[in-house]
Design a protein around this ligand. Structure first.
Ligand code: FAD
Length: 286
C-alpha cells in the first residue's frame, strides 16, 4: 500500500521509448500504431535501434526522421561504430545534424564473429560525435557487467570514460531485480560518474525469447520469473501480457520509490504494456 501511495504522488516523471526498424509490412503497421499510441504521453525522446553490421542504417534514419516529423517528439537514432570508418561516421553525424537530429544513442555494437580488437569503442564514437557537433549523447550501461568486460570495475571505468568524453545520459541493459539497478547507480555515483543513468525496462511478453537474449547479454533471469511464466508457452497472449505488465510495474514502483524519475522502455514496437506502465506512473496523454 505504501508503495502504491508513493507512486500515486509521483511528480516529474520522464519516459522514453525504444523501437526497432520493422522488417515486414505487418510489422511496419504495428510500429506506427505503437508510435501513435505512445507519442501523446509526451516522452522525453523516442529512439530507433540500428542493427550493427546489418547495413541498414538508412532505414533507422528514415524512421527517425518520420517519427520526428509526424509526432514532433525528439527522436534519437542509435549509431554503432563497429561497422563503419571514422570518416563514414563523421559524414553520418553531420547528415543527422543537418536534418535537425540533436540526440544520438552512441554504441559500439556487437563484434562480428572472429573479429579481433575493434578500432573504435563507444567512447571513441562519443568523442567523434562531440567533435562534429554538440549532440546530446546517450550511451549504454550494464548493471550486470557487459559480457566482454574483464571485471565490473573495468566496465564501470569505461562508463566513466564515456561520460568524460561528453555523454550526458546512459540507458541500462534490461534487468529484473530493482536492487541490481540501485546498487549500480550507487557504485556509479561513488565512482564520480557524472551521468544520468536511466533504467531500461523490458516488459516481458515472450519468455522463451527473453531467456535466449538474456543468456547472450549476461542478464540474470531470476527463478521467480521463470516460475511466473512456466506453463504459459501455449497460453493466450493476453495472459502473458498481464503477467509481463505486472512484473514490470512492481519493479518500476520500487525504482520510483527510490527516487528514479526517468524510465526507458524497450517497447519491441508494441505499445500496450509500456502504455499501461506509464499510466500507472501518472503519465497522461494530451
Ligand atoms: P563499449 O562501451 O565500447 O563497451 C564494449 C565492451 O568493451 C565492454 O565490455 C567494455 O568494458 C569493453 N571496453 C571498452 N573499452 C575497452 C578497451 N579500450 N579495451 C578493451 N575493452 C574495452 N547494438 C546494436 O547493434 N544496435 C543498437 O541499436 C543497440 N542499442 C543498444 C541500446 C542499449 C540501451 C544497450 C544497453 C545496448 C544496445 N546495443 C545495440 C548493444 C551494444 O551494441 C552491445 O552491448 C555492444 O557489445 C557494446 O556496446 P557499448 O556501446 O556498450 O560498447
Amino acid at each position: 500500500d505504501a508503495l502504491n501511495q508513493s507512486v500515486s504522488e509521483l511528480r516529474n516523471i520522464n519516459v522514453s521509448f525504444e523501437f526497432f526498424p520493422p522488417r515486414t509490412e505487418q510489422m511496419e503497421k504495428t510500429l506506427w500504431k505503437s508510435v501513435e499510441r505512445l507519442a501523446p504521453l509526451k516522452p522525453k525522446f523516442m529512439s530507433v535501434t540500428y542493427g550493427a553490421n546489418s547495413g541498414e542504417r538508412d532505414r533507422t534514419h528514415d524512421i527517425v526522421k518520420q517519427i520526428h516529423h509526424e509526432t514532433g517528439v525528439t527522436t534519437a537514432p542509435h549509431l554503432t561504430c563497429v561497422d563503419a570508418s571514422a570518416d563514414e561516421l563523421r559524414a553520418i553525424a553531420k547528415d543527422y545534424w543537418d536534418n535537425g537530429i540533436r540526440r544520438i544513442v552512441a554504441l559500439r555494437g556487437d563484434l562480428p564473429q572472429g573479429m579481433g580488437k575493434p578500432e573504435m569503442y563507444a567512447v571513441d564514437l562519443v568523442r567523434l560525435l562531440k567533435d562534429v557537433a554538440d549532440f546530446d549523447v546517450t550511451v549504454a550501461a550494464y548493471p550486470e557487467v557487459h559480457p566482454e568486460a574483464p571485471n565490473s570495475q573495468f566496465d564501470l571505468l569505461n562508463l566513466r570514460k564515456k561520460a568524460e568524453a561528453g555523454a550526458s545520459t546512459a540507458i541500462t541493459q534490461f534487468f529484473f531485480d530493482a536492487e541490481v539497478f540501485l546498487r549500480f547507480r550507487d557504485r556509479a555515483a561513488a565512482a564520480g560518474i557524472d551521468l544520468e543513468i536511466i533504467p531500461g525496462i523490458l516488459p516481458v511478453t515472450n519468455y522463451q525469447t527473453l531467456v535466449r537474449f538474456a543468456g547472450m547479454t549476461n542478464v540474470h533471469v531470476p527463478d521467480w520469473l521463470h516460475k511466473q511464466f512456466s506453463g504459459l508457452d501455449d497460453d493466450d497472449q493476453t495472459t502473458r501480457n498481464l503477467l509481463g505488465a505486472n512484473i514490470a510495474m512492481d519493479m518500476v514502483k520500487v525504482l520510483a520509490k527510490e527516487g528514479v524519475r526517468d524510465f526507458h522502455f524497450y517497447t519491441l514496437n508494441r505499445s500496450e504494456l509500456s502504455y499501461a506502465i506509464c499510466h500507472m506512473l501518472g503519465q497522461r496523454a494530451s
